[in-house]
Ligand binder design. Structure first.
Ligand code: NAX
Length: 328
């Protein structure tokens, strides 16, 4: 049988992971014939709760789950890991300024970047879900100089999936009719979900919808503010859908995007579409053999260009702030 793939997950006692870990262990991440070993990182006070989650994993008797290790020391937990999902982060609490938030997360992601650099397997891929995801990924990447930059990414797949469903519902079609969706920029309220290159049953989605006011005033803000709407309705932030997106993103990164479509992923910019090099910004991407490529040659009109530029300017500001704080 196959050698287990070692998957590290941080924030493992948190609400996203309460869904995520079970999806990984059931085979949704790497397929029905690939065993996995889970390496779960938490802060010390959450280890007891994490032990309870491990008891539940045990109680599923997942055939593909070869082993589970937990701990509060990143260097031990990340030892030899092939994939890392960095979900745990410091949320913004009352009275916290943006700088405080960036410093608190900076402490987490500098340490985890360094630990991965020292002990992860040579083929390590790192996906950051914990917010501010793009900048946390930039911090981890910048603190892991021996790991190629292209092995770091931040999650915009949840935004991508939200955009697909919004447009499918508007058009009255199944989600499977929607393809070539793109989220550009930051995983934040400035993100730009792009219907001008998306397709509905192979036709241009913006032309099928034919309602610029709906795109500008309903579709874009609904997708960009969906996280807040979930909090308002559910009383806590997106968890199962964030776990689903994390699994789908890393699944495609490991196994490739389907032929004839692309997905959205925040990856280090190579300067494409005017996004400054090195910023971790969301692009349309295809993936083959573990290699992520930005889709080239899309024409952007003034509306799209302005939206992308605004989100990228926010990322540049965040990079300047963490540079100032000495985190990268
Ligand atoms: P929870 O607060 O339920 O869980 C976070 C867990 O991380 C906690 O158990 C905490 O103890 C742990 N943690 C904190 N510091 C740690 C460290 N240094 N090492 C290991 N673990 C640590 O949050 P949850 O709802 O699970 O969300 C996790 C993160 O995902 C948050 O930052 C959240 O903002 C972010 N999200 C990102 C999304 C995306 O699309 N990129 C969407 C959903 C979500 O909002």
């Amino acid at each position: 049988s196959k050698t287990p793939v070692k998957v590290a997950v941080t924030g493992a006692a948190g609400q996203i992971c309460y869904s995520l870990l079970f999806r990984i262990a059931s085979g949704a991440l790497l397929g029905p014939d690939q065993p996995v070993e889970l390496r779960l990182l938490e802060i010390t006070p959450a280890l007891k709760a994490l032990q309870g989650v491990v008891m539940e994993l045990d109680d599923c008797a997942f055939p593909l789950l070869s082993k589970v290790e937990i701990g509060d020391d990143a260097k031990k937990v990340f030892d030899g890991v092939n994939l890392a999902m960095l979900v745990g982060a410091r949320p913004r609490t009352a009275g916290m300024e943006r700088g405080d938030l960036l410093s608190a997360n900076g402490a987490i992601f500098t340490a985890q970047g360094k630990a991965l650099n020292e002990v992860a397997a040579d083929d390590i891929k790192v996906l950051v879900t914990g917010n501010p995801a793009n900048t946390n990924a930039l911090i981890a990447m910048s603190n892991a100089s021996d790991i190629p930059n292209e092995r770091f990414a931040a999650l915009t797949r949840l935004d991508h999936n939200r955009a697909i469903t919004q447009v499918a519902q508007k058009a009255g079609v199944a989600v499977t009719s929607v393809s070539h969706m793109t989220i550009w920029g930051n995983h934040s309220a400035t993100q730009y979900p792009d219907l001008f290159h998306a397709q509905i049953d192979g036709k241009n989605a913006a032309e099928v919808i034919n309602d610029q006011a709906w795109i500008a005033d309903t579709f874009i803000p609904t997708v960009a503010k969906r996280g807040a709407a979930i909090i308002e309705a559910r009383g806590s932030s997106s968890a199962a859908s964030a776990a689903n997106a994390t699994v789908e993103c890393l699944h495609d990164w490991a196994l490739g995007t389907p032929a004839g479509d692309w997905t959205s992923m925040a990856i280090p910019s190579d300067g494409s579409y005017g996004v400054p090099e090195g910023l971790i910004s969301s692009f349309p991407v295809t993936i083959a053999d573990g290699k992520v490529s930005i889709v080239q040659g899309l024409e952007l009109d003034a509306f799209s260009k302005a939206k992308i530029d605004a989100s990228v300017a926010e990322l540049a500001d965040e990079r300047a702030a963490v540079t100032e704080l000495g985190l990268i």
